[in-house]
Design a protein around this ligand. Structure first.
Ligand code: AMP
Length: 415
């Protein structure tokens, strides 16, 4: 079933969205991209004269109630975005009455699903090494099914529009779908758009295809890096990873972030790239700082020769040119992860050079996909989000989809 073909008139729809929006210390939303992203789906249901039960997680409360992560804080913003009142159910597992009372056009927002450990389905307060862990896990999986069944009982139809959590097999993202037949479960518009963007990258690759992977560590990106080596022509590895590679090649990286237990892995990646004929592009120079702060003293130096007490926090000018030249000549571009500590204004130049080159390539006909919280924050910070082909709401989900993994949230609906 597709959302376009479904008539929600007089139906109660439970919709999983990703309203995990960033809040400031006063609980004000600092970026409402995720709320805006879900609006087409939510508005379609209301326009059809259906009623809406919206569910989401916020943050990582680890199965416990935490007022700082309460979705109650965002009720006014959701009401404003939808242009209608929004009721709030303070316990996602105890909302039967509120859901039953909904009339067509009315909206109910459930409290943070992750206040219940059943949402993630992982046992809490027990270590993986504990002999009782397996039994606790099994018990929790049963409780997860009960929780999912409860959520399903509120509605006639289930819509999943939360791409950001589609790689998780949680109660609200996957298990709940088991309680709806194929005609009454579907992906939302945002989810459909994300799936199409990934399909575009994977099935319709115009070459050269350049992937830019940044961020802090090699270890968290290794799966996608290895997988991308079978697909891309150019692989730019930047950000904190740079220094693990430099060290593996025998360089001195000073205080730079460096995974000393991943040096063999770095050498292995370099060898594999050569075997597969992938142009692996690594930074040659960096902007080093004498402190991890925006106001630190800086100097440009080779990534192979960073003085003691200094750390590479951004790509240097030679590297920025190298990255930009590679990107400008590309026809398909995937960017995940910043090239420096972009949160500090003085260390954004590397990420900015990448973003500018992507914008230029896109204007010249390339398809560009930017995904992952930090790279999206970069393009937003630079005001360039509307100048790339597609900005994904997914980080981990996007990378797993590009790795070719079947996302549980999508499989639960499409089979
Ligand atoms: P990740 O969560 O692995 O995607 O990494 C994102 C983080 O990497 C951002 O918060 C950046 O500040 C950080 N990062 C990027 N480059 C560096 C660097 N050279 N040193 C330390 N952290 C970095």
């Amino acid at each position: 079933m597709t959302i376009d073909n479904y008539n929600f008139k007089n139906k109660k729809a439970i919709v999983r969205v990703d309203f995990n929006v960033p809040l400031d210390e006063n609980g004000n939303i600092t970026d409402d991209t995720r709320i805006r992203g879900a609006l087409p789906t939510l508005k379609k249901i209301l326009a059809d004269d259906g009623s809406l039960i919206i569910m989401s997680h916020m943050g990582k409360p680890k199965g416990k109630i935490n007022p700082k992560m309460s979705l109650k804080q965002i009720v006014p913003a959701v009401a404003k975005a939808l242009g209608t009142d929004v009721e709030f159910a303070p316990d996602a597992a105890d909302a039967s009455e509120a859901a039953a009372a909904l009339k067509p056009g009315q909206v109910l927002l459930l409290e943070n699903l992750r206040f219940h450990p059943e949402e993630e389905g992982k046992p809490v307060g027990i270590d993986k090494a504990d002999p009782a862990y397996e039994a606790a896990k099994k018990e929790m999986k049963e409780k997860q099914k009960e929780f999912a069944k409860k959520l399903a009982s509120y509605a006639d139809v289930y819509v999943n529009d939360a791409f950001g959590t589609a790689h998780r097999k949680h109660a609200s993202t996957a298990v709940v779908a088991d309680y709806f037949d194929a005609d009454n479960k579907m992906l939302g518009y945002l989810m459909e758009k994300e799936v199409t963007a990934v399909d575009n990258i994977l099935s319709n690759i115009k070459r050269p295809f350049t992937a830019i992977m940044g961020g802090s560590k090699v270890s968290t990106k290794i799966g996608i890096i290895e997988n991308l080596m079978d697909k891309v022509d150019n692989l730019i590895l930047c950000g904190g990873m740079t220094y693990t590679f430099a060290k593996a090649k025998g360089g001195n990286v000073g205080n730079s972030i460096c995974e000393t237990d991943k040096l063999d892995l770095a050498l292995d990646i370099m060898r594999k790239a050569q075997e597969k004929g992938v142009n692996l592009v690594l930074g040659t120079d960096c902007v080093a700082a004498d402190d991890f702060s925006n106001d630190a003293n800086t100097k440009v130096c080779s990534v192979m020769d960073i003085p003691e007490g200094w750390e590479g926090l951004d790509a240097g000018p030679e590297t920025r040119k190298l990255f930009a030249d590679t990107i400008r000549g590309s026809k398909t571009i995937l960017w995940n992860g910043p090239a420096g500590v972009f949160e500090f204004d003085n260390f954004t130049a590397g990420s900015r050079a990448i973003a500018d080159a992507i914008v230029e390539a896109t204007a010249n006909g390339a398809f560009s996909l930017v995904g992952g919280g930090d790279s999206v924050a970069c393009v937003n910070k630079f005001g360039l989000a509307d100048k790339v082909s597609y900005v994904s709401t997914g980080g981990g989900a996007l990378l797993e989809a590009i790795e070719g993994k079947v996302l549980p949230g999508i499989a639960a609906i499409k089979g």
